[in-house]
Design a protein around this ligand. Structure first.
Ligand code: FE2
Ligand code: FE2
Length: 263
């Protein structure tokens, strides 16, 4: 796999280009209620990036100049993904209303999790390795989710919009994956990162929105043969990272929470 060119990416990093999206055409094709529910959830998760960032700002991830630079541009791009999905929902006649719980009001469990992450980061010099693996898994899952949504929804304007978002997500994934690959070369960080992923990983968005919505979305996007194949591709890609050859991720989570995938 080629190297990630951070300078080139930074120079190109910008708000999602929506200039050619035909918003007026959104209503010319029907959008199912299942697609709307999925988009609402995804839109909320995109906007939640700023909260994820708050956790990271308290860790030594920001001491690494490359990672800190990446995170600044990454947050900018993810924010525009949220805005783009909100625009689609609006054009489809389902505008996003105010959030039930303000983002600034952090549930106790998440507050404790943030403190634990900050504490771990302060005592473990290789903390960034686990953050990079986590980012790679989440970006790949997101990218795969959008690809599946475009295929399932079959809506031309949504497909066009998602293709643009997927371009960003694949670059995000590439950065995290290359970083993880380098940082996991040493057995000690690889062992600890693997242990933490085995113990604590859950799909991106877990604990952010209602659990029912996450389960619904997972079933909607990943049930059936094509969905199962996509889930396995995510797991297989992460298994190529040093120390992760036997990791069980998305497919195992689907089996536990959505029901066993057939065959
Ligand atoms: Fe995104
Ligand atoms: Fe992303």
């Amino acid at each position: 796999m080629r190297a990630f060119d951070l300078d080139a990416w930074m120079a190109r990093s910008r708000a999602l280009d929506l200039s050619e999206i035909d918003w007026a055409a959104v209503r010319l094709c029907s959008v199912s209620s299942d697609t709307i529910r999925t988009l609402r959830y995804m839109q909320d998760i995109e906007f939640h990036t700023i909260i994820y960032m708050r956790k990271l700002l308290a860790t030594r991830a920001i001491d690494d100049p490359e990672v800190a630079t990446f995170l600044a541009c990454w947050l900018h791009e993810e924010t525009f993904h949220g805005l783009a999905l909100a625009s689609f929902l609006d054009a489809a006649g389902h505008p996003v209303g105010p959030r039930r719980r303000p983002r600034s009001r952090e549930p106790l469990a998440q507050w404790l999790e943030s403190r634990a992450i900050a504490a771990l980061s302060s005592v473990w010099p290789d903390f960034c390795a686990v953050h990079m693996v986590w980012g790679a898994i989440n970006e790949l899952t997101t990218l795969t989710g959008y690809r599946r949504l475009a295929a399932i929804a079959g809506h031309p304007v949504l497909t066009e919009l998602l293709e643009r978002i997927m371009g960003d997500e694949s670059r995000h994934f590439f950065f995290y994956y290359r970083q993880a690959e380098q940082r996991l070369q040493h057995p000690a960080p690889a062992r600890v990162a693997r242990l933490l992923v085995d113990r604590f990983w859950a799909p991106v968005g877990s604990g952010v929105g209602p659990a029912d919505d996450l389960i619904f979305m997972a079933r909607y996007l990943f049930a059936g043969d094509d969905g199962r194949a996509a889930v396995r591709r995510v797991d297989d890609t992460i298994r190529r990272l040093p120390g992760f050859a036997t990791v069980r991720l998305l497919e195992a989570w689907m089996d536990r929470h959505v029901g066993a995938l057939t065959s």
